[in-house]
Design a protein around this ligand. Sequence first.
Ligand SMILES: Nc1ncnc2c1ncn2[C@@H]1O[C@H](COP(=O)(O)OP(=O)(O)OP(=O)(O)O)[C@@H](O)[C@H]1O
Ligand SMILES: [Mg+2]
Length: 254
Amino acid sequence: MILKVRRLSKSFGGLAALRDVEFAVAPGEIKAVIGPNGAGKTTLFNVVTGLLKPTAGSIEFAGRAIAGLPPARIARMGIGRTFQQPQVFRSLTVLENVMLGAHRGGHGGLVSCGLGMPAARAGERHLAEAAREQLAFMGLAAGADRIASELPLGKQRYVEIARALATGARLVLLDEPAAGLDETETNELHDLILRIRDIGVTVLLIEHHMRFVMSLADNVLVLNFGAPLEEGPPQAIRRSRAVIEAYLGAAVDA
Ligand SMILES: Nc1ncnc2c1ncn2[C@@H]1O[C@H](COP(=O)(O)OP(=O)(O)OP(=O)(O)O)[C@@H](O)[C@H]1O
Ligand SMILES: [Mg+2]
C-alpha cells in the first residue's frame, strides 16, 4: 500500500469533520472519495497533505509516518495535489506555474529557485525543461508562455495537475478535477488521469461527477458526515443501499 490511513479524525472546535476514517491506496490504483457536500473530503486531503494537523490517527505514505508533518516536507516525500478552487499564480505564465512544482518547494520556491537570477540560471533551465516535459505530457505545450489565469478553467486545472506532477509526485490528490468542465473536457480529463496512472503515479481523487468516477476509479471510498460509509469497487458502491440513501439517490437526481 502506498497510502495507509488509520483511525483518522479531525475536529474544528465541536465539529467532527473526520471521524475514524480508515482506508488504504494500492500503488497504481485510481481511488475516488465521494460523499455529500460537507462530508469531509477536502478536509481529508488537507490533513493528508499537511495543511491541517489531524486531531487523532495515523497516515503512512510509502511506509513512513507523515501525519502532522509540514506540507512542504510531505510534498517533497512525493505527494502532490490540486485544489477544489484552482490555485494558479495569477500573474505567472503557465510554464512558470509548473516550474514552481518542479522546484518541489511549493510556494516558497519562487525566490529560492532564483527565477530570473543569473546565479541560478542552470538550475532554472533544468526546472524549465522538467516543466516543459510535463506540459507536453498534458498537451499544454503550446500554451506554455500564456498567463495562467487567462486560460479557461479546464486548462487552469491542467496547469495545477502539471505542477503537482512536476514535483515528481508518486501520489497525486485531485480535488474535484472535473468540476465546471464541459463534456469534452471531462472526457479528456478522464483519459489524462488514465495516462497519469500509466506513467506510474497513483491517483486519489474527489469527485461529484458520478459517471466520471464510476468509469474511472478502481475503488471508491464514501464519506458521510466525516465517517467512512462504504468502500469498494464502483459496481458494489452503486448497489449499496447505505450509499444510495445517503448520497447516490440525490446525486443521480441532481
Ligand atoms: N478550516 C476549517 N475550519 C472550520 N471548519 C471547517 C474547515 N474546513 C472545513 N470545515 C468544515 O468541515 C466540514 C467538512 O468540510 P469539507 O470542506 O472537508 O467538505 P467536503 O466533503 O470537501 O465538501 P464539498 O463537497 O462541499 O467540497 C464542513 O462542515 C466544513 O464547514
Ligand atoms: Mg470539498
